[in-house]
Design a protein around this ligand. Structure first.
Ligand SMILES: NC(=O)c1ccc[n+]([C@@H]2O[C@H](COP(=O)([O-])OP(=O)(O)OC[C@H]3O[C@@H](n4cnc5c(N)ncnc54)[C@H](OP(=O)(O)O)[C@@H]3O)[C@@H](O)[C@H]2O)c1
Ligand SMILES: *[C@@H]1O[C@H](CO)[C@@H](O)[C@H](O)[C@H]1NC(C)=O
Ligand SMILES: *[C@@H]1O[C@H](CO)[C@@H](O)[C@H](O)[C@H]1NC(C)=O
Ligand SMILES: *[C@@H]1O[C@H](CO)[C@@H](O)[C@H](O)[C@H]1NC(C)=O
Length: 322
């Protein structure tokens, strides 16, 4: 009798220990799911839009946007000009710069400067340093980026592999590194400022543009290191990982009728206009260290995390190799 009693107590005890572990696990997963599916999107794409966020004008008079004359960069330039910042754009072609310059002056009445340089040339930073002299810079958007000409080529299929890789690394990686080296010191001294680095959802390793993808991985990693280094410096550092944004870059890389069907479907359902993307992304500054910029792309990244890399790789390689 005694023996039976002890045994059943032990049984109940071990049962309740398992029960507690189970309950903790279930609660933890539930919190995770609620956080991912409800709280984070609610906070970043609704609260951040309606509540007053970072007061950009108090950070400094100027925002510097690389690749600011077109696409996502132009969207950032417009969004920041709308909030009263003067804009310094750095892009390649005079005509595009001139067009966007006129537009910003006319619509927002802010001061605008532009510098025409080609980031595939690494000698341009002296010119940029010169142009930056005396400017009180509050915001730096490291946006300029380029690809290897197609988003459906494996490593060895890339046209003119060596030159094209060198250009991508110079435009995507060297430019951000140098721009930060030029501007971060004045921000740290003032103990305020915002730096945004534009990476890509593809930074996790997209086989259709391996070099581009890897360059964006560099952007995300360096950005993350600097974010952690300067956590308490007053300077806000954010990494943005967009999905599909309808810009020239997207068109030239994907839009020649060669996209696999699942990517076309992805485009039909998840693509966003550059200006809408940038205005949503600007609202998330100060709210998160890493952002997908807009609600649609946030959910694309959640799906991508639970999706199977192997399946995507296989589909893509099937298309590329046919
Ligand atoms: N579009 C997407 O779906 C997508 C997705 C994920 C990430 N991104 C990233 O978002 C960023 C912006 O892309 P986007 O789609 O907006 O590109 P975009 O429409 O092609 O615009 C690129 C901007 O950068 C400038 N630029 C390009 N190459 C340059 C060079 N060698 N030297 C100087 N300026 C140069 C362009 O100026 P000019 O017109 O004067 O050449 C233009 O102002 C990139 O970092 C890209 O990797 C884009
Ligand atoms: C797509 O077409 C454009 C314009 O004709 C061209 O510049 C670009 O290189 C093409 N891209 C690919 C991947 O073939
Ligand atoms: C991204 O952000 C930090 C912000 O300070 C910057 O210093 C860093 O150089 C940037 N990333 C890259 C790839 O340059
Ligand atoms: C995507 O949209 C285009 C234009 O609306 C349509 O022609 C095409 O069939 C759609 N593709 C897919 C895969 O849904």
């Amino acid at each position: 009798m005694e023996c039976l009693y002890t045994e059943s107590i032990e049984y109940i005890q071990s049962f309740s220990l398992l029960g507690v572990i189970g309950l903790v696990a279930v609660t933890y997963s539930l919190i995770n799911i609620i956080n991912t599916l409800l709280w984070t999107p609610f906070k970043l794409f609704l609260l951040a839009r309606v509540l007053p966020g970072v007061d950009f004008r108090q950070l400094g008079k100027w925002a510097v946007v690389t690749g600011g004359s077109d696409g996502i960069g132009r969207g950032y330039a417009r969004s920041l000009a709308k909030r009263g910042m003067n804009i310094l754009m750095i892009s390649k072609y005079h005509e595009n710069l001139h067009r966007t310059e006129q537009e910003l002056r006319r619509e927002y009445g802010v001061d605008v400067k532009s510098v025409a340089v080609d980031f595939t040339n690494t000698e341009v930073y002296e010119t940029i340093r010169h142009e930056l002299q005396g400017l009180d810079v509050g915001v730096l958007i490291n946006n300029v980026g380029t690809g290897t000409g197609s988003a459906f080529q494996t490593f060895l299929q890339i046209n003119n592999l060596l030159q094209s890789t060198t250009d991508v690394l110079r435009v995507n990686c060297i430019s951000m590194t140098n721009m930060c080296a030029l501007i971060l010191p004045q921000m740290l001294e003032k103990r305020k400022g915002v730096i945004v680095n534009i990476s890509s959802i593809g930074q996790s390793g997209y086989l259709g543009s391996p070099v581009y993808s890897a360059s964006k991985s560099y952007v995300s990693r360096l950005s993350d290191c600097l974010q952690r280094t300067y956590r308490n410096s007053g300077v806000i550092i954010q990494t943005v990982e967009p999905g599909i944004v309808m810009t020239d870059l997207y068109m030239s890389e994907y839009e020649n009728g060669t996209a696999p069907k699942f990517l076309e479907t992805a485009k039909n359902y998840t693509s966003v206009a550059a200006e809408d993307f940038a205005s949503s992304a600007v609202n998330t500054i100060g709210w998160t260290g890493i952002s997908n910029g807009c609600l649609k792309h946030y959910f694309v990244s959640v799906l991508a995390k639970i999706g199977s890399q192997k399946t995507i790789d296989k589909k893509l390689l099937d298309v590329i190799n046919n």
